[in-house]
Design a protein. Structure first.
Ligand code: SAM
Length: 276
């Protein structure tokens, strides 16, 4: 590996000032970036998908950890800087000039299993997260997701029932995956610093409960949390058969959505999947 110039120098040389419209808040602290790259475990020889490499801070850390990186970046200004980085790690960095929301990630990764690591652009982060977690086919081709979010969103992903953060994102992330808060990242670590604190969430796929359709579960949580202050017998009225399923499963229909555990949502979805 050749000696790499400091990131700030790369940014100055290529004129990569951060653009708000692209959700750009860059990380420069090499130690912090190494810690993020270590969250999924040993990456030696592994395929990694990175969304939004920007000037390549996290990309460097991933390459140093021995990963083979495919990076999708839609800001063309970053491409020459990333090409330079690729030259320092021959054959280990493929950069795709495009919008990650419009690409088929499994196709991009050529059908092999891959870990996802990303300091996600906040504006597209949740959309990509929902997409990675909502496929009907399980286990997915990705082996883990290690993603930066606003801390408030990270808390919603790992939330337990009976908390105000618990909702659709928590059920989506936890019904067939394990989701943990891997580390908090202070806003001052970014250039420019965003208004809010950030956190890294780590998700690994778990076994999918038998007989449950992701689509049915999604319909249930959408209705239940869409009117989270209402009793289930009211909020689930629009989901055909759901109120009857509550009775069959012995779930009190005067409860509110945020008291219903992930397992109870899964049991309800299983009951309705049979009838679907
Ligand atoms: N990974 C870098 C770091 O940690 O310093 C940059 C992080 S910055 C928060 C987000 C990056 O994602 C930017 O470089 C931005 O151009 C890129 N980006 C934004 N939307 C994107 C999209 N839809 N597809 C691919 N890249 C995107």
């Amino acid at each position: 590996m050749a000696d790499l110039p400091p990131l700030r120098e790369v940014i100055a040389r290529h004129g990569l000032f951060a653009t708000k419209a692209l959700g750009q808040n860059f990380l420069f602290d090499a130690q912090l970036l190494d810690r993020i790259a270590a969250v999924p475990g040993d990456l030696q020889g592994k395929a990694v998908l990175e969304v939004g490499p920007g000037p390549g801070g996290l990309t460097r850390a991933l390459l140093k950890a021995g990963a083979r990186v495919t990076a999708i970046e839609m800001d063309k200004r970053c491409l020459p800087a990333l090409a330079e980085l690729g030259e320092a790690f021959p054959g280990r960095l493929q950069v795709i000039d495009g919008d990650a929301l419009k690409l088929d990630h499994c196709e991009v990764m050529g059908g092999e299993p891959f870990a996802v690591l990303s300091n996600l652009p906040y504006n597209v982060g949740t959309a990509l997260f929902v997409r990675w977690l909502s496929g009907e086919s399980w286990p997915p081709q990705w082996t883990s997701l290690t993603l930066m979010f606003q801390q408030e969103v990270a808390q919603r992903i790992v939330a337990a029932p009976d908390s105000s953060a618990y909702g659709r994102l928590a059920v989506l992330a936890q019904w067939r995956s394990a989701a943990t808060m891997a580390m908090k990242v202070h806003r001052s670590a970014f250039t420019p610093p965003p208004k809010v604190m950030s956190a890294i969430v780590h998700v690994t796929p778990a076994t999918m409960p038998d007989g449950v359709s992701a689509r049915v579960l999604e319909r249930l949580t959408e209705a239940a949390f869409g009117q989270r202050r209402k009793m289930l017998r009211q909020s689930l009225k629009g989901v055909s058969g759901a109120v009857e399923a509550l009775a069959r499963l012995g779930i009190d229909d005067t409860r509110r959505a945020e008291t219903v555990s992930v397992d109870e949502f899964v049991a309800l979805a299983r009951d309705l999947t049979r009838a679907d």
